[in-house]
Write a new protein. Structure first.
Length: 200
């Protein structure tokens, strides 16, 4: 066991490792989206599938910069889905995102225009990839259940950021769920999504 392994005992999983886990499910899901589904509505009311994919592209690219403590620009989101190789491009950029958050020092200090703790910012991109993968799965008639370790790594951060996220319009109002709801269903409900809407 190395010294680094020793210091990581009891520490939360690294953002890079969690991103690698969720990307292993998200990139095949994205690759499987047919062109005919791009206009389908998603659980994100303002986005159809195409717009949500372009949003995710922007997230994946800009959070690479944030991992390196560089400025990010979310003001312009090009239509990446118009490119013929957009599925390959998404997988490549997601790989770069994992590399960026796996780099030494990525989780240390602060980053972003609001000067948030880097770990919090890393949790934001992890959350985006996780819940938007679920959104895309819902929109295209498929299922998505992330690694429980990823969900556990998000629960505390999501609860912490929820009040501010609701003020900023990023989260909707929390959805009430029955007592048998899973941890992931409760995570989705905290963001304003109803994971059991199809069952209603």
């Amino acid at each position: 066991m190395t010294n680094e392994d020793t210091t990581r005992i009891g520490a939360p999983p690294r953002i890079g490792d969690l991103l690698r886990s969720v990307a292993a499910q998200t990139t095949p899901l994205v690759r499987g989206i047919a062109d005919a589904s791009l206009g389908a509505p998603t659980p994100c009311g303002e986005y159809d599938v195409r717009a949500l994919l372009n949003h995710l592209f922007g997230v994946v690219v800009n959070f690479q910069a944030l991992a390196a403590k560089e400025p990010a620009d979310f003001s312009h989101l090009p239509d990446r889905v118009a490119e013929t190789d957009w599925r390959d491009r998404f997988e490549a950029e997601t790989g770069k995102l994992i590399e960026a958050w796996s780099a030494p020092g990525a989780e240390e200090g602060t980053t972003g225009g609001m000067g948030l703790p880097a770990r919090t910012v890393g949790s934001m991109v992890l959350l985006d990839l996780t819940v938007h993968a679920w959104d895309l799965a819902q929109a295209t008639g498929r299922s998505f259940a992330p690694d429980p370790v990823v969900v556990e790594g998000l629960v505390e951060e999501v609860e912490r950021m929820a009040p501010m996220a609701r003020k900023m319009g990023v989260f909707g109002d929390a959805v009430d769920l029955p007592g048998d709801a899973t941890v992931f269903e409760r995570l989705l409900a905290t963001t304003g999504r109803d994971p059991r809407a199809r069952e209603a």
